[in-house]
Design a protein around this ligand. Sequence first.
Ligand SMILES: Cc1cc2nc3c(=O)[nH]c(=O)nc-3n(C[C@H](O)[C@H](O)[C@H](O)COP(=O)(O)OP(=O)(O)OC[C@H]3O[C@@H](n4cnc5c(N)ncnc54)[C@H](O)[C@@H]3O)c2cc1C
Length: 502
Amino acid sequence: MDLQKSDQILDVVLIGSGVMSANLGALLKSINSSLKIELYEVTKELSFESSNGWNNAGTGHAGICELSYTPDRGPDGKVRVEKAIEIFEQFELTKQFWAYAVNSGMIDDPSSFINAVPHISFVYGQEQVDFLKSRFEQMSKHPFFSEMEYSEDPEIIRDWAPLLMEERENMPVAATRMRAGTDVNFGELSRKLISWLGNQKYCSVYTENRVTDLNRCKEGWEVTIKDLATNQIRKVKTKFIFIGAGGGSLPLLQKAGVPEIRGYGGFPIGGQWLVCDKPEIVKRHNAKVYGLSPGAAPTMAVPHLDSRWLEGKKTLLFGPYAAWTTKFLHRGGSFLDLFQSIKLHNVLTLIKVGVSNIPLVGYLIQQGLQSMSTRMKELTNFYPEAKTEDWKLIDAGIRVQAIKKEDGDAGIVHFGTEVVTTEDKSVSALLGASPGASVCVHIVLEVIQKCFPEEMNKEKTRDMIEEMIPVYGKNISSLKNEDDIQRYKKWNNSAESILGLK
Ligand SMILES: Cc1cc2nc3c(=O)[nH]c(=O)nc-3n(C[C@H](O)[C@H](O)[C@H](O)COP(=O)(O)OP(=O)(O)OC[C@H]3O[C@@H](n4cnc5c(N)ncnc54)[C@H](O)[C@@H]3O)c2cc1C
């Protein structure tokens, strides 16, 4: 094996070509065109892991239809909607940056990665109907959700989503709908942003390049990379590393030996979809329909019936079903990943999580063992007339849930997204998965703010961010003044028009 060393000191190394690295790279380079950035991706293709269109649900999470963001009622009995408002605001940042990227010519053809599709929440049975009604009453008061519609009328719901109401028994039903929902192909968007980045001065993108080690050096970090096509080992030095390696992030943080990772573990949950390509069925559904969590299902495994636009074609997806795996990555992962991630500092946390989450463990076992007919039964809760022969089962992406030691003793499974940054701000890494890709711009702006404070203090940078993302720092979720609300609506309209969502 050859060993190549470069004398050049890079400003930024991005590990992984998913939606996180793609947006961070594009934002950083837009803010400061002199940055020397390199991106390494282990697979042959770009963005083929969790961000790839078939591996996630493609929901532009904006808190509109996902009932898991509003699970609780307050002391007054009303459903609490703060989390939904927060997610909406974060997705707004994402849409605005992508609109800027299209408008400025960084990327083209928004319909290849984002499409408008109504977001619907659908419930049945009186208890669920009461819940959805209270949720609607709270949400529709907020300017973000002022266009939300609510109905308990089966005929109106049939009009919104005919498949839901086919041959449904006579029982109370309710639904909310917002037309301004989206379906996103995060993989396609990432590939576009990365190809723009790779064409910029002082930037390079390498595929089939696995980052194998990270070591501190005088200048910051020495990154060891193996070129899988030539078996060559390369070492580069950089001031900053972003580990956007998805399931590969935890092992890399462990290799870097940073103290911030002590006590963290990872637990992989695979996913599966039922897919229907039959044109006569696909064309009768035009929505993303979310329901309530079945029992112990973790929030990210609440099934939904989704219209998707993938590879230029409309299709229908139902799921995700959870699946057992010990791999951390779909492509190029190893069944040893989980076992190799167990260290002295996290073994207790992992055991405690297992013991204190028995219903979750039971749920995963049940999901892993279920047959096609049990899966179809779950689908018929949404689409009563669904027939097995019209659906096929495919694998989705793997979510490696971050497991961490809490202040107290017991470990917790963290279903959100966790950004781990070293004390000296020279490494930032992303663990966890949900709401994930939709809030990528919010996440990477936080990384930039934390790790590039000097850059963020420059007036030029602040002006540039304001031009790219007008709502950034405006706290749009708390706007009360009518002028400010109208200004926000103008920005929102402009971004949606550029992205072709109007
Ligand atoms: C079933 C499922 C459904 C989901 N649904 C949604 C949804 O509807 N909406 C939503 O917003 N989010 C959703 N998500 C979450 C979303 O997909 C992820 O949060 C997001 O794609 C993560 O992007 P990433 O860039 O962090 O990682 P990834 O897209 O996984 O990219 C990581 C990359 O790093 C590479 N890599 C790993 N190790 C190395 C290494 N050592 N060297 C070089 N490269 C390496 C990998 O090959 C991969 O390409 C879903 C996820 C799953 C699994």
